[in-house]
Design a protein around this ligand. Structure first.
Ligand code: PMP
Length: 457
């Protein structure tokens, strides 16, 4: 049998530079807008990370619909990124667009609930099983408040997260495990201080380390994705979730499950599919079809303790709980969320999305086998990812060890030049309700083409 081919650094550099030139030549209008944007926007973009693409300048979008978007120079793309999940049920889904139109002349924000709130509460309870809900503007906010409530109801200071996690820009979760200790996440700016004071980090799937950490009884909550998705995918080993639930329960630690990405699993997320039974459930990004919105749900026991904590708190007027933002649960987001839950995030949508993700996953495996590449492919419902390692990683550290930044950037850029977009970090793809089999095949063919180019450069 022939050996696995290697991706030489000089070959990657050669193809990257060719693809950068091709991108620059094909996108003169984006180039002009990017140059002008630099004169008024920090970094030339409205949010600095929008420049974190492997392109020589940002691609400017003219519009997006369903599984596709068009750039300002008139090129069409098949989207597998979907705004890193915000639009995973398709760009501008018709029922959400209709809801936005209907709400457009009825006011956006009043600091009071409307009828939608009650419908949403009932639907979230039915769908995810937890009885009491709160609505925030972002998943970051939902996680931040979930952690705050956890500290308030347990009277404990610390939280525990898994190495390589991402739960939004929540200060105390921006950590890594270094030499067995909590360390600040590299790249973080303006941190408030010693993260070891607030956070314990252990490896995902390391039940013994989890047990040891929780045995101190000073951890308010474990915040976890059901499967890690933000350092490449890491699936839980058999028995991990059972142990996590049992150990948290035994030590009086709340279990917060963040389903912001793993909602790809099915209509009730991983939680419903695998009966996770968390104390707090968090979901952001796509819940209102891409309109800023997120939710968190709590058990009856946690809700009761939240009520107690609230009545015990010294009252110095309203609105100083440390939770909430003015535009949280605004009428616009609520109406969009209602339409999205009722008509878009449906069983039928998942029944279309998941088989296509299976097709993508299977065809990627065939492609890699054809090239004699031992890259692993992992699928979580409508989400699929390939990683540059032979065995699926079991920890954040293993997932990180499979990173190959130059190769990844080269692939992403070359795919864009071939009319296909995948998530700009690792090799994550999503299928939306409008994605077609031909779109999946196009991605696999384009990736095959790029792999050939690099191996032959
Ligand atoms: N939780 C998870 C699991 C995420 O992946 C992210 C964002 N990638 C967030 C929370 C934060 O979402 P947002 O940036 O919309 O606040």
């Amino acid at each position: 049998m022939r050996n696995e081919p290697t991706f030489r650094d000089d070959a990657i550099a050669k193809v990257t530079s060719r693809e950068r030139a091709r991108f620059a030549a094909a996108n003169p209008k984006s180039a002009a807008l990017a140059a002008e944007a630099k004169t008024s926007l920090f970094g030339g973009v409205p949010m600095h990370w929008m420049a974190d693409w492997p392109t020589p300048f940002p691609l400017f979008v003219a519009g997006a619909n369903g599984a596709r978007f068009k750039d300002i120079d008139g090129h069409d793309y098949v989207d597998f990124c979907f705004g890193d999940t915000g639009a995973m049920f398709g760009h501008s889904p018709a029922p959400v667009a209709e809801a936005i139109r209907a709400q457009a002349t009825r006011g956006y924000t009043t600091m009071l609930p409307g009828e939608d709130a009650v419908w949403i509460g009932n639907e979230l309870k039915r769908r995810f099983g937890l009885p009491y809900w709160q609505v925030t503007a972002t998943a970051t906010d939902a996680n931040r408040y979930a952690l705050r409530w956890a500290r308030a109801v347990t009277g404990r200071d610390k939280i525990l997260v898994f190495d390589g996690c991402y739960h939004g820009t929540v200060e105390e979760t921006m950590v890594r495990l270094k030499d067995g200790k909590t360390a600040p996440r590299p790249g973080q700016l303006g941190s408030i201080g010693d993260v070891a004071r607030t956070t314990v980090v252990v490896e995902f799937n390391d039940i013994a380390a989890l047990q040891q950490a929780l045995a101190t009884h000073d951890i308010a909550a474990v915040l976890a994705e059901p499967a890690m998705t933000n350092i490449g995918m890491v699936l839980p080993i058999d028995g991990f979730h059972e142990a996590l639930r049992e150990l948290t329960r035994k030590t009086g630690t709340l279990l917060i499950i963040d389903e912001t990405h793993t909602i790809s699993t099915g209509p009730g997320g991983w939680t419903r599919a695998f009966n996770l039974d968390p104390d707090v459930f968090v979901l952001g990004k796509p819940i209102a079809g891409g309109i800023p919105c997120a939710v968190f749900g709590v058990t009856a026991d946690v809700a009761m303790r939240m009520e107690q904590a609230r009545s015990n708190a010294a009252s110095d007027g309203h609105g100083h709980s440390g939770m909430g933002t003015t535009l949280s649960a605004n009428a616009f987001a609520m109406h969009a969320m209602r339409a999205n839950l009722a008509h878009v995030m449906t069983d039928a949508a998942y029944a279309h999305m998941i088989p296509l993700a299976e097709r993508l996953s299977a065809n990627l495996k065939v492609l890699f086998a054809h090239h004699r590449l031992t890259w692993s492919v992992t699928q979580i419902g409508a989400r699929c990812e390939f990683q540059f390692c032979a065995n699926p990683p079991r920890t954040g550290r293993e997932a990180e060890a499979a990173f190959h930044d130059a190769l990844e950037k080269c692939i992403h850029l070359a795919l864009l030049n071939r009319g296909v977009m995948i998530t700009p970090f690792h090799n994550m793809t999503l299928i939306c309700p409008q994605t077609q089999a031909a779109d999946v095949d196009r991605l696999v063919a384009a990736l095959g083409d790029v792999i050939d180019e690099i191996l032959n450069a």
